[in-house]
Design a protein around this ligand. Structure first.
Ligand code: ATR
Length: 275
């Protein structure tokens, strides 16, 4: 039997066991997916003996993603983002990647097929870890102008150094002007999440046919996404990204490229607090 797990501290609230468990059953895989709560000081030893713990691979979550990068052989994507969220053993080598890019891009492709042919200018709110995956994906898909808006402006400037000249650092005051010419808006900050301050952005000035994405999934329909829907824009939410980021790890570990299904999505939605 093949087994994988999510390693975090904490990890027991992770939705990954449910998500992968669904596919294990659907594709009748002789496999298992568990969670492992590992303290930061114990993480290197745990990884070194991943096979001994019974695993062929793992997802990595907070606070271990940067350390996982250091302790494995990362691909270009994980290196560019500076964090690894997926590990797999490949003939004794511990390799890693970052599938948050797949999650963001996969969800966007599903919500608005062909978006990349129409979007020349995008606005990304936030320049943290999630923002890095978003911007990497947009650069890879050839979006010509990517305006990165961040409270701490210097971090947006660092994005240009990291991801190249298609990235344009910007400030929150610039947002209404930038939105007027943009075909895509992405919130990669924690604003609008349950328990966090609200995100007060009106997508109204965006071009007809625009797409709005939010990494937040509690609540599932953020204020931003509700406003975007009202304007007739296509939307992509954080839960879709969570589902799509799991596709490649599952394929790497269990050899089947799984399909994200409505039934699986409903199963996760049932777990999200409604108020
Ligand atoms: P993650 O890995 O989830 O992206 P992170 O790296 O801590 O988390 O990044 C959080 C992002 O949300 C950052 O862009 C942060 O802005 P700063 O770089 O200025 O901290 C943004 N963010 C969080 N709280 C915010 C707030 N109250 N107002 C504006 N931006 C906020």
């Amino acid at each position: 039997m093949r087994a994988a797990c999510v390693i975090g501290w904490p990890a027991k609230h992770s939705r990954s066991p449910k998500l992968h468990g669904y596919w294990i059953e659907r594709y009748k895989i002789d496999g298992n997916y568990k969670y492992e709560e590992v303290r930061p000081e114990d993480f290197p030893a745990f990884l070194k003996n991943l096979e001994g713990h019974g695993y062929i691979g793992a997802n990595i979550t907070i606070p271990h993603k940067e350390m996982a990068l250091k302790l494995s052989e990362p691909d270009a994507r994980a290196r560019a983002i500076g964090a690894a969220n997926t590990l797999w053993l490949d003939k004794g080598r511990l390799r890693s990647t970052n599938t948050d890019v797949d999650g963001f891009i996969g969800a966007l492709d599903a919500a608005a097929p062909g978006w990349d042919k129409r979007v020349a200018s995008a606005v990304v709110l936030g320049a943290g870890g999630a923002g890095r995956a978003v911007v990497y994906g947009l650069v890879e898909r050839g979006v010509k102008a990517i305006h990165v808006v961040n409270r701490t402006y210097e971090k947006a400037v660092a994005f240009r150094e990291r991801f190249g000249p298609s990235v344009h650092p910007a400030r929150w005051d610039d947002v209404p002007r930038l939105l007027a010419g943009a075909g895509l808006l992405v919130n990669s900050t924690s604003l609008g999440m349950k328990g966090q301050p609200a995100l007060e952005i009106d997508p109204g000035p965006m071009k007809a046919g625009a797409v709005v994405a939010d990494i937040v999934y509690v609540p599932l329909k953020t204020k931003l996404l509700a406003a975007a829907e009202k304007r007739g824009f296509k939307t992509s939410n954080g839960l879709d990204m969570l589902l799509h980021q799991a596709v490649r790890p599952f394929q790497l570990w269990f050899g089947v490229r799984p399909e994200v299904t409505a039934e699986q999505r409903d199963m996760l939605v049932a777990d999200i607090p409604k108020d």
